[in-house]
Design a protein around this ligand. Structure first.
Ligand code: COA
Length: 163
């Protein structure tokens, strides 16, 4: 049987403990989990692609079966390139559903072999998002417990007055 590979795509601007929670749980379901940092997202990222990759790499170091990559262009083209057929996405609240529903369907229309698996984000991270994390850091709030240490350090460098 071939290895079960799943791709967890996102902007990861920056990665949070909510993302990490999904990645850790996905390692129990798949042989390989590829965290794929989107390089051409419609969003204007606060961190460069290299910075986002570095923070993801540092945060997943030591997790078995997890690798980090970046991609440009269509997600389904990337999946085909690496021979993966499963996309993992985290769902936090109903508000995520509509967008995720749309993306999952367009991906399946573009590549019929691709399936999306949705995992519920743990309740302690339901309200966390990358932009909320950036805003709290910029305003000097405490982010302990919400982001991995490498992200905390990066945010401190950018906003030295954060505790
Ligand atoms: N914990 C914490 N936050 C989470 C989360 C979790 N488990 N799951 C999602 N989020 C947050 C992110 O922090 C982010 O917050 P923000 O809006 O404040 O930045 C938000 O939810 C969504 O981010 P993310 O999950 O990274 O998705 P995205 O919308 O940034 O990225 C892509 C979506 C990159 C996967 C998608 O646009 C894509 O595939 N692009 C390539 C082009 C393509 O193929 N498009 C599809 C066909 S049109």
């Amino acid at each position: 049987m071939s290895a079960r590979i799943a791709v967890y795509p996102g902007s990861f601007d920056p990665i949070t403990n909510g993302h990490l929670n999904i990645i850790e749980r996905a390692t129990c379901l798949f042989d390989q989990v590829v965290v794929a940092v989107a390089n051409n997202s419609a969003k204007r990222p606060a961190f460069s692609a290299d910075e986002r990759m570095d923070m993801v790499r540092a945060s997943v170091a030591g997790l078995p079966g997890v690798s980090v990559d970046s991609f440009e262009g269509l997600l389904v083209d990337y999946l085909r390139r690496i021979g993966a057929k499963v996309v993992i996405r985290g769902l936090r609240a109903m508000s995520d559903f509509e967008y995720e529903f749309q993306i999952a369907h367009i991906n399946r229309r573009l590549a019929g072999e691709v399936d999306s698996i949705f995992m519920m984000t743990s309740e302690e991270y339901f309200y966390v998002s990358s932009s909320i994390v950036r805003e709290v850091a910029a305003l000097g709030g405490n982010l302990s417990g919400l982001v991995p240490p490498a992200v905390m350090q990066k945010l401190h460098e950018r906003h030295p007055r954060a505790p």
